[in-house]
Design a protein. Structure first.
Length: 97
């Protein structure tokens, strides 16, 4: 499973990356985790509010830190349908950057 965390390095983006690592380790799920910080690449996914999470090419989350339960669902193969990213820039309006 290829997972990309989209964000320019704010605290919420780092927390999201760590949470995904932790939940994957707890569940024994092998993931290929990548941090994408290039703003053009992030916008290429249509994500306007970070952190964003892309699983196997699909945007499954944008804006705010996802819950452990949501991450566990993704790792179990129950990724949410792609969603429209909220507008407002980094971490819902730049409040965390």
């Amino acid at each position: 499973m290829e997972i990309k965390v989209l964000g320019t390095g704010c605290a919420n983006c780092k927390t999201t990356l760590k949470l995904i690592e932790d939940v994957a380790a707890e569940k024994g799920v092998a993931v290929q985790l990548e941090k994408v910080e290039d703003i053009q690449a992030i916008m290429g996914y249509g994500v306007m509010s970070t952190p964003g999470v892309v699983i196997d090419g699909k945007v499954v989350h944008a804006g705010g830190v996802p819950s452990r339960e949501k991450i566990a669902g993704w790792l179990a193969g129950k990724a949410d349908a792609p969603q429209a990213a909220p507008s407002g820039g980094c971490c819902s309006g730049g409040k965390c950057c």
